[in-house]
Design a protein around this ligand. Structure first.
Ligand SMILES: [Zn+2]
Length: 207
């Protein structure tokens, strides 16, 4: 079977119309989105389901071919540049597709996820729902609207310790060495978030 998207292969038992759906895991940075994605993928593997994971190639903070959480949990993943490349790598026996850092993908991710779910695949997308100015970060908000299930995770505000729903951009202090995302962003609650770059709190206290 082949269609316009180039998807090839026989229809396996997984591709029974009606059995697919879309799950979205969102939240700010350090809220445990990727840990939750990895937990769901591991459970699917325990259930002997065929799992494939994709991530944007630009996210090379940790290992190029793994999805890795801030707590260093990891799951093998195929790096891709555009959403449409999922069709190129998709195995016809795959029952569960995981996608990390969904906010870094193009808007076509919505159509690809919808088509996967329509074909019977369980699709799980993790990503930031808002950017550093607390504005909706597409394509995640559209995916949230289309999904059967949405989970919002919260980090802990570095200022007050309450639930953090925002990602604060912070400027490194002079002379401070910044590696990867560390030192560039902090989890903040609604009260302590500002939509402009702020001095870091976490460099002033020992966390
Ligand atoms: Zn706070």
């Amino acid at each position: 079977m082949e269609n316009q998207t180039g998807f090839k292969g026989r229809l396996s038992a997984a591709f029974i119309r009606g059995s697919g759906w879309l799950e979205v895991i969102v939240g700010g940075m350090y809220s445990g989105k990727t840990e939750e994605l990895i937990r769901r993928l591991r459970r699917a593997e325990f259930a002997r389901q065929r799992v494939q994971v994709f991530k944007p190639r630009i996210d090379s903070r940790y290992h190029a071919e793994d999805v890795t959480s801030h707590s260093q949990e990891s799951f093998r993943a195929q790096p891709i540049e555009r959403s449409e490349e999922i069709w190129k790598y998709l195995d016809d026996a795959t029952q569960v597709v995981g996608i990390d850092e969904g906010q870094f993908f193009d808007q076509d991710l919505v159509r690809v996820c919808q088509e996967l779910a329509d074909r019977g695949v369980r699709v799980i997308v993790a990503g930031l729902d808002t950017d550093w100015q607390a504005k909706p970060f597409e394509p995640m908000p559209t995916l949230m609207a289309m999904a059967e299930n949405v989970t919002k995770h919260h980090a802990i505000c570095v200022v007050c310790g309450h639930e953090a729903s925002r990602t604060q951009r912070v400027a490194a202090l002079e002379g401070q060495i910044v590696v990867g995302s560390h030192g560039l962003y902090e989890a903040r609650c609604r009260e302590h978030f500002k939509p402009e770059v702020q001095p870091p709190v976490s460099s002033l206290v020992s966390l």
